[in-house]
Design a protein. Structure first.
Length: 154
């Protein structure tokens, strides 16, 4: 089955999913946030076949989510590092994580907890807000055609 190209869609969700591709991309980003930098670290952490991982990493480099930088320890090796674009996927991971916490775990079931580095306390819940900062519910949102950067598009 051929993959449909959503890169030209006028829907930001469609374009985002076109670039993220599949769930392996977000798992690679997750592992990069956990400190994975080398191909072997991603492969070991994900258990992904080398050929599939190679394709995913190459696409993420092409899309500007990752970049190759000289290894921290020096030498000829290069390591994968999240770009600013890649770092901004953290919010997406937090949203998916919190949805999973709410809907995929039973009360009292053990799970990893996301905490702030500074205080070690669990992070707050993501919430939707209006432009002026008021909290809004998911059903209080409408979608309409517009142009990026205009005042009437949220």
């Amino acid at each position: 089955m051929r993959r449909t190209d959503l890169g030209g869609a006028n829907c930001p969700i469609a374009r985002s999913l076109d670039e993220i591709g599949d769930w392996w991309t977000l798992m690679i980003v997750r592992d990069a946030f956990r400190g994975a930098r080398r191909f072997s670290e991603f492969q070991r952490g994900l258990g992904l076949a080398k050929n599939i991982l190679s394709v995913r990493l190459r696409k993420m480099l092409d899309d500007g989510i990752l970049e190759l930088v000289p290894a921290a320890g020096g030498g000829a090796h290069r390591e994968y590092q999240l770009t600013d674009k890649g770092l901004r996927l953290r919010v997406i991971l937090v949203a998916i994580r919190q949805w999973g916490e709410d809907h995929l775990f039973e009360a009292g079931e053990p799970m990893m907890v996301m905490v702030g580095k500074e205080d070690g306390q669990p992070i707050g819940r993501l919430r939707l807000t209006s432009k002026d900062g008021r909290s809004i519910d998911p059903w209080d949102i409408d979608v309409k055609d517009g142009v990026r950067g205009t005042e009437d598009v949220g």
